[in-house]
Ligand binder design. Sequence first.
Ligand code: FMN
Length: 342
Amino acid sequence: MPVNNSIEDLRVIARSRIPRALFDYIDRGSYDELTWTRNRDDLRAIELRQRVMVDVSRLTTGTTVLGEHWKMPVALAPTGLTGFFHRDGEIEAARAAQAAGVPYTLSTMSICSIEDVRAAVEGTFWFQLYLMRDRGFNAALISRAREARCSALMLTLDLPLQALRRRDPKNGLSVPPRITAANAWEILLRPRWLTGVLLGRRRTLGNLAAFFPKRGIGELSEWVGGQFDPSITWKDVAWVRERWPGKLILKGILDAGDARLAADARSYANTDLAWGGAGCAACRWAGVGDGSKRIDRRQALLRDGGSGLATYDDGLFARGSEYGCCCSRVSGRGLHRSGHRS
Ligand SMILES: Cc1cc2nc3c(=O)[nH]c(=O)nc-3n(C[C@H](O)[C@H](O)[C@H](O)COP(=O)(O)O)c2cc1C
């Protein structure tokens, strides 16, 4: 029986269980994968300062973040299409998060809907929202999240335009996944994925299907493609604020000026670095390429961002020691794929 005791071990298992198009979608980055590579290198360069003869017999990872008690200061970040990685992926992830005592964030672009996840778990979860051109759709999603008793709304700010992820078209990534001459053999070698996902009952974007019950998946994908709104500004954050009085997390804040505006919007900030390199082009906290490390920039962001803003750091971490390296002044971490970081 093989022993699996690292995220890299889990990554290897995932590679053997799901087709390449989906694996690369989860595992790799956008454009030339510069942010993706630099994130890892910056994190690896940070070292822990060792002190000895300190009583460590009563350690705890428990903490309070955003007014919620967590057993660890990490949360599951939102990932679109999780239900295509594994049957009922979002439900399983939400259950796992609940068992571990940490929050789960459901993506707008999930396969299981808000209601599916609500019905499957007892505790609360967070909901991630994209602002689309169709504000009726956004308003409906916000009320569905409220109805499902989501304890926080996470508004993604850093995807006004879709990034080019070079591997996806080359791999023939499609929604829903399809058997083609190029991938048939690979899929047949993954019977669990074939029966659980490809022939499973959830084959569409669950949150959108309820909005467009009569549309086919092709029309739905077309609608989604045309819906990302490149004109969004802080006035749209205010629009969401009016409709969501609860905890609002703004995802993608990397600049101290933006952090101040986030504080003005009575929100928390999530510092996802270009989706860990899976989203927009190469970028860094508060500026480009001046040689300082990601964590130094983040500290600067916290320092200059003004008081009153709780910052929630997103991405990268694959092991506790990396987390420890970045812990100073940090409230929590978003944990997503991270396997490739090993
Ligand atoms: C495959 C994939 C799908 C994602 N889907 C979403 C999404 O639907 N909404 C969102 O706000 N962020 C999304 N993200 C970004 C993650 O929430 C998170 O910010 C990022 O993955 C953190 O970097 P890491 O994966 O290196 O840890 C996605 C990231 C990946 C890799």
